[in-house]
Design a protein around this ligand. Structure first.
Ligand SMILES: [Zn+2]
Length: 412
């Protein structure tokens, strides 16, 4: 099918999201290239002066590639309104969400998850990884009710969003090799990701080794909720990096949270960062849930914020990204699937200083790499990969809430 060529006049394209800015053309303006964008046969052809073609007025607005979110929880989202008395640390949140699971039916899970998917799509996200709590109330190794529902949703929504599913498994479940292989086979059959919850469990090193073995045997990507706390002795990130280096595992491997990296400094921090970088692990920071759950002291104001050392990880060569994480559930009763709002929150939470455009890879190219997907740079994008924002500067883009920031690209 031939698609009509068209020109998107006067747009700003972030230079950090181009493979070859000089070939792309346009006028350099700060961290952007500005000019008229030609879309030829459905693909980006560059900035320049183009002959008479249908035009969309860009009016100086910022053009982005579609966003990628490596870490959400669509099975849990939109339950906070029915959870009385929540507000506590991670342990309290796990318990409260566990009580809510008595209400989970296929219909309930599907309705809430579809609301989440709709919100992600409206926010410009076309690739997302959702965790799905593994196990049932009586059997932590059993396939949960939510898993087949989410597998169906991934298929049903595949023309709008690439939904990856990561089974979120507790470490003791992998202790029995036959059980572990059965779970890995099911995840592989459904095209999923093997995910492990790594905290201070005494068996965590053994479980990490088992997960790496399973990933090798079944060709599974790995994902860890790791060190989501500030207690001393949380060393899961380091253990995972060591396991990867020992097994020469190639990944993709994504670690979420890594809050306790804030406990390390000096030589200890440098050694861990070096291991993580050499192991090729990506790290996703999840500021909303960390700010909500970490360093809770009854009646006191938190002064440790539980956010991983994103700057130090990036400086060490680690691929870093941002995710929405929990949305209106026991782990964070507010929250949003608006990933640009999360980038906006990360500005004060992680001190992502201006010029803000340099942080866009956290929710685009880096985030895609963290999920084992090819990043979409604008000069290699198809028209379906692009989102035209309503903003002509980054402060407006990140400070303006809601869906009005994005518009679709239809020639008219
Ligand atoms: Zn999470």
């Amino acid at each position: 099918m031939t698609r009509p060529d068209f020109v998107l006049t006067d747009v700003q394209v972030p230079t950090c999201l181009l493979v070859d800015p000089d070939r792309f053309g346009g006028k350099p303006e700060g961290g952007f290239r500005r000019g008229d964008l030609l879309i030829r046969q459905g693909r980006v052809a560059g900035l320049g002066h183009w002959p008479d073609l249908p035009r969309i007025e860009g009016r100086g607005r910022i053009l982005l590639p579609a966003l990628s979110d490596p870490h959400v929880h669509l099975d849990k989202c939109h339950t906070a309104h029915r959870l009385p008395g929540i507000g506590g640390d991670l342990v309290a949140a796990i318990a409260a969400q566990g009580r809510d699971k008595a209400r989970w039916t296929e219909t309930d899970i599907r309705a809430r998850a579809e609301r989440g998917l709709e919100e992600l799509c409206a926010a410009g996200v076309t690739r997302v990884r959702s965790h799905v709590d593994w196990g049932t109330g009586t059997d932590p190794a059993a396939v949960p009710l939510a898993w087949p529902v989410m597998v169906d949703l991934a298929r049903d929504w595949s023309d709008r969003i690439d939904l990856q599913l990561s089974a979120l498994i507790d470490t003791p479940v992998l202790a029995d090799p036959d059980t572990a292989r059965g779970i890995a086979a099911r995840i592989a059959r459904d095209g999923g990701v093997l995910g492990l919850f790594v905290s201070l469990q005494p068996d965590r090193a053994t479980a990490i080794a088992a997960a790496v073995d399973l990933a090798d045997s079944f060709g599974l990507p790995l994902d860890f909720h790791v060190d989501e706390g500030l207690e001393p002795g949380m060393n899961g990130l380091s253990l995972i990096a060591e396991a990867m280096l020992q097994h020469r595992h190639l990944g993709p491997v994504l670690c979420g949270h890594a809050s306790s990296l804030a406990n390390l400094a000096g030589a200890d921090l440098a050694a861990t960062l070096d291991k993580v970088a050499r192991a090729g692990i990506s790290v996703v920071s999840l500021p909303t849930t960390n700010l909500y759950l970490q360093h809770r002291v009854t009646g006191a104001t938190p002064d440790r914020r539980g956010i991983t050392r994103l700057h130090e990880l990036a400086d060490a060569g680690v691929n870093v990204a941002l995710g929405c994480d929990n949305v209106r559930d026991a782990f964070f009763p507010l929250g949003t699937h608006d990933l640009l709002a999360i980038l906006g929150l990360a500005v004060p939470a992680l001190h992502l200083d201006p010029p803000f455009e340099r942080w866009l890879p956290l929710v685009t190219t880096n985030a895609a790499r963290a999920m084992g997907a090819a990043p979409v740079e604008i000069d290699r994008a198809g028209v379906a990969d692009l989102i035209l924002t309503e903003a002509s500067n980054m402060a407006d883009l990140l400070a303006t809430p809601g869906r009005s920031r994005l518009s679709s690209l239809t020639p008219g």
